[in-house]
Write a protein that binds this ligand. Structure first.
Ligand code: ADP
Ligand code: MG
Length: 208
């Protein structure tokens, strides 16, 4: 089993719903286990035009090889209507492999660690949210690159779902101390708990 990190982004269509559905799609794969997801972030396009992006980062454990994981990411992208009319074109869904264990891969179709991850706030900020001590093989702590991308616009998207309320859950007291990223504790429905949210979600409230 290998721990891998994916960077997920979208800026075409209903990007928020696509990101949520893509994480669910990944979580349903029997070849991997989603360990954590970051909050959603609204970010300015980097090296591209078009609308703002929504981005998140997912940490997973998989028995797939790095190339098999890339193929899976591309299948999921395709499933969500990804097209590549030109480089850095707006996209319904982009899934990049950021890290694959300690592997350093430099092949024509796969570079890991992702060569541009240290220069992108939309990768570094959500990754460090999940793991403040994240190490990038061959490059050092991810947090060390944050200062250099501080000029890139990025804001955390407030979760719409009331199931992320801050009240302790009686059956799972550990959840009260959780930062919201642990899929095992929160089923991956959103991000950090919002102060003042009621403990019981309204019936029928859409979780997105
Ligand atoms: P972008 O670089 O904007 O994400 P694409 O998603 O269209 O562009 O990917 C272009 C190519 O990048 C893919 O065909 C893939 O083979 C290659 N690639 C190289 N390294 C990676 C990686 N770490 N994750 C995802 N794709 C990668
Ligand atoms: Mg990509």
């Amino acid at each position: 089993m290998t721990v891998a990190w994916l960077g997920i982004g979208a800026n075409l269509g209903d990007a928020r719903q696509t990101l949520k559905d893509a994480v669910v799609c990944l979580a349903q794969q029997h070849t991997l286990t989603v360990l954590a997801k970051s909050s959603l972030y609204r970010t300015a396009p980097v090296d591209a035009g078009g609308d703002d992006y929504l981005n998140c980062v997912v940490k997973l454990e998989t028995r797939l090889s790095a190339h098999e994981l890339l193929a899976l990411c591309q299948r999921v992208e395709h499933h969500f209507g990804r097209e590549r009319p030109f480089r850095n074109a707006p996209r319904t869904l982009d899934i990049d492999i950021l890290l694959y264990g300690d592997a350093v891969i430099d092949e024509p179709d796969l570079s890991v660690p992702h060569p541009r991850m240290t220069g992108r706030a939309f990768v570094l900020v959500p990754a460090v949210e999940i793991d403040a001590d994240l190490e990038i093989p061959g490059r050092g702590p991810a947090s060390a690159f944050l200062a250099a991308v501080a000029d890139q616009r990025i804001e955390k998207v407030k979760p719409m779902c009331q199931c992320m309320g801050s009240a302790p859950v009686a059956a799972a007291p550990a959840a009260a101390a959780d930062n919201g990223n642990n899929i095992a504790n929160n089923a991956g429905a959103g991000s950090a708990g919002e102060p003042g949210m009621p403990p019981d979600p309204a019936p029928g409230r859409t979780c997105r």
